[in-house]
Design a protein around this ligand. Structure first.
Ligand SMILES: [Zn+2]
Length: 81
């Protein structure tokens, strides 16, 4: 067992093109891929790396999708009556 591994640098890659967007041991930030322009959220702590899409949360599409799901549910209820 080596203690060195705890502080080893982590690499966060762009999920779209594979470009390295972050190198380091701690991160909680958003990065813009300089190769393809994708926004990547990176969370790095204690050797754990989490990559997420920060745009996904607020994207209009997802709101539209939620709305259509809601409308579908309403339609289904109508059939029941
Ligand atoms: Zn990229």
């Amino acid at each position: 067992m080596s203690r060195k591994s705890r502080n080893r640098k982590r690499y966060v890659c762009c999920p779209a093109c594979g470009e390295v967007v972050f190198k380091g041991t701690v991160a909680e930030s958003e990065h813009i891929c300089h190769k393809c322009g994708a926004t990547i959220g990176a969370w790095v702590k204690d050797g754990v790396v989490v990559v997420y899409d920060p745009i996904d949360e607020s994207r209009e599409e997802s709101t539209a999708h939620r709305l259509s799901t809601y409308l579908d549910a309403l339609e289904r209820d109508k059939d029941k009556v």
